[in-house]
Design a protein around this ligand. Structure first.
Ligand SMILES: [Zn+2]
Length: 332
């Protein structure tokens, strides 16, 4: 049984050691370290030292391209986007999308550099976190727009679909985005595999066809993938635990059919006051469906990141830790 936790917001080894001891005490045995573009440029060796310490203390380590190119999920900015405005996604309102285009060769090359650095940290698994095209509902997004409509995407669409690039978002565009995300990930995952590392993919929980990763069966069929999962964050999407259950069931079925390890993420941030116990219930749902890799986002219930801090940070974190201890006792 893997019990994981994401870790970010601290690059001081002295504090990491204390935090890892706290994670180990509650039965956690997997740490997901974020490795954003700021880390890549300014904390490269520090991240290597952090991964080394985490492994030495007995944890399995995943490493996460957190917010890289703004193509992956994460609360961090992208220097690549600022420095390569020609590789940015363009949006239907004629303005830039503020995120790199997964089809642009410059971004593909940059991702290979990120992978080389991620491999160098010594982490066992590269964690492909919420890959997506421009989303109008995300930070910096604009309502009633869609992307990407950049010249690279237009050319690629016209070559593969053999018809003019649509002026309105339609099913062809949805299919195109799915194809592109699949191809983008397949390239990165194959490259990672060639470097001797494992691959874990976490897709967004959205299932409507205008999300590029909504076809989970297809995303889970990318070669050289070992772990597949999603993050059904029910509090932020104003859903109930049935939302967690549907996602968990689907992930578990797909992974069983494809021989993959299933991983489901627990929302441990922005927990509304008085609803902390739902987190323990969510873990029970995951266990009921046979998930053997359960991870929480993130350490301290994200108390240190005020944007997504729970209403009762200490209670939220204690609830998570108590549940982790209980699960670990049942699965030593
Ligand atoms: Zn594009």
């Amino acid at each position: 049984m893997k019990l994981g936790c994401s870790y970010f917001g601290n690059r001081i080894l002295k504090h990491l050691k204390t935090d890892l001891e706290e994670l180990r005490e509650c039965g956690c045995n997997l740490v997901v370290h974020t490795f954003n573009e700021n880390d890549l440029m300014f904390y490269n060796k520090t991240i290597c030292e952090m991964v080394e310490m985490t492994r030495e203390m007995g944890f399995e380590v995943y490493i996460d391209p957190w917010g890289v190119g703004k193509v992956f999920g994460g609360e961090s900015f992208s220097n690549f986007v600022m420095q390569n405005t020609d590789a940015m996604q363009m949006v239907s309102d004629g303005r830039p999308g503020g995120c790199a285009c997964p089809n642009h060769p410059k971004f593909r090359a940059f991702m290979r550099e990120w992978i080389d650095a991620a491999v160098h940290t010594g982490a066992e698994t590269l964690f492909w976190d919420e890959p997506h095209f421009y989303l109008p509902g995300w930070i910096g997004g604009r309502p009633n727009t869609w992307g990407c409509v950049c010249p690279v995407c237009r050319k690629k669409f016209e070559e593969t679909f053999n018809k003019p690039f649509p002026e309105q978002e339609n099913e062809d565009i949805n299919k195109f985005r799915e194809d592109c995300i699949y191809e983008f990930l397949a390239e990165l995952i194959a490259y990672t595999n060639s470097k001797g590392r494992r691959n874990a993919l976490c897709v967004l929980p959205h299932r409507d066809s205008n999300h590029g990763t909504a076809n989970w069966e297809r995303m889970a069929s990318i070669p050289h993938l070992q772990v597949f999962g999603t993050d059904p964050y029910w509090y932020i999407f104003k859903e109930g635990l049935d939302y967690v259950e549907r996602a968990t069931k689907d992930v578990q079925e797909i992974c069983a059919a494809k021989g993959l390890e299933s991983q489901v993420w627990l929302q441990g941030f922005k927990v509304p006051g008085g609803r902390e116990a739902e987190m323990a219930d969510a873990i029970d749902i995951m266990l009921k469906h046979g998930v053997t890799n359960i991870a929480v986002w993130g350490f301290l219930a994200c108390s240190h990141i005020s944007w997504i801090r729970p209403d009762n940070p200490e209670l939220a974190w204690e609830t998570i830790k108590n549940k982790f201890r209980e699960v670990r006792n049942q699965h030593p």
